[in-house]
Design a protein around this ligand. Structure first.
Ligand code: NDP
Length: 241
């Protein structure tokens, strides 16, 4: 897959899956526009890839819209930034519920609105990948707000696919299993908990960021020209059970 002369916005490009995606896109010729929170991550990414860097807190709706506009025009969009807080359902705080919805659900909507408006105004087609999670399909203890925020993102993906498809903008959701990133360390560093999850993955391992990035690039590329509105697990078979 060649992304030469394609300009691609990647949110959450500072760490983990977003960073792996930005690096892979850059290796394949793309001009990456990286949106994330930590300036230090953007500095190292820019040094490695020559990407454009925009520092933004995606929990702030107005700042998110301004950053999305500053990133345009762009050919393709990856909504990858996400966050989690571990709390049992009975303990979920309104503050954390609102934070996870803001970052995991509302921010992808705002960035995609700005991207799609610009594509449509210019009469140009496009592609969006929303990085969801297997957690949107199943109930994972201590992940109530996270599961809800990702299920909300899936709802957006389906409506976006219906409404943006006629404009030639493809929209797909991608659902990773546990992937070895800073987020996974936060959620899955307890060996007993990790073993239970691992036992449900027929391929017998957690994902690496590049496993996920490869599929993101496929969904962005013309190789998937007829793939639209999909909720694609990248999970080593976790969802079979
Ligand atoms: P990481 O925590 O490793 O990286 C997340 C990135 O998003 C970081 O660069 C982070 O920046 C950025 N980000 C988080 N919150 C904000 C914010 N408020 N404003 C701006 N940027 C922000 O996560 P992963 O790479 O693991 O996750 C990437 C996506 O994949 C997420 O949507 C996640 O939900 C999803 N996912 C991950 C799985 C996993 O096991 N890792 C499994 C399933 C889905 P900073 O560090 O500066 O906050």
């Amino acid at each position: 897959m060649d992304f030469a002369s394609r300009r691609v916005v990647v949110t959450g490009a500072g760490k983990g899956i977003g960073r792996a995606t930005a690096l892979m896109l850059a290796r394949r010729g793309a001009q990456v526009v990286a949106l994330t929170r930590s300036a230090a991550d953007l500095e190292t990414l820019a040094a490695e890839t020559g990407c454009e860097a925009i520092v933004v807190d995606l929990a702030d709706a107005d700042a998110t819209r301004a950053a999305a506009r500053a990133a345009l025009p762009a050919d393709l969009l990856v909504n990858c930034a996400g966050t989690t807080e571990l709390e049992s359902f009975l303990d979920v705080s309104v503050r954390n519920f609102d934070l996870l919805y803001a970052v995991n659900t509302r921010a992808p909507m705002i960035v995609a609105q700005e991207y799609a408006r610009d594509r449509i105004a210019g009469g140009r087609t496009g592609a969006i990948v929303n990085v969801s999670s297997c957690a949107s399909f199943v109930g994972i203890p201590d992940h109530a707000a996270y599961c809800a925020s990702k299920a909300g993102l899936d709802g957006l993906t389906r409506v976006m696919a219906k409404e943006l498809g006629p404009h030639g903008i493809r929209v797909n959701g991608l659902h990773p299993t546990v992937t070895m990133t800073p987020m996974a360390v936060k959620a899955w560093s307890d060996p007993d908990k990790a073993a239970g999850m691992l036992a449900r993955i027929p391929l017998g391992r957690f994902a690496e960021p590049d496993d996920i990035a490869e599929v993101i690039l496929f969904l962005l590329s013309d190789a998937s020209a007829m793939v639209h509105g999909l909720s694609m697990p990248v999970d080593g078979g976790y969802m079979i059970a």
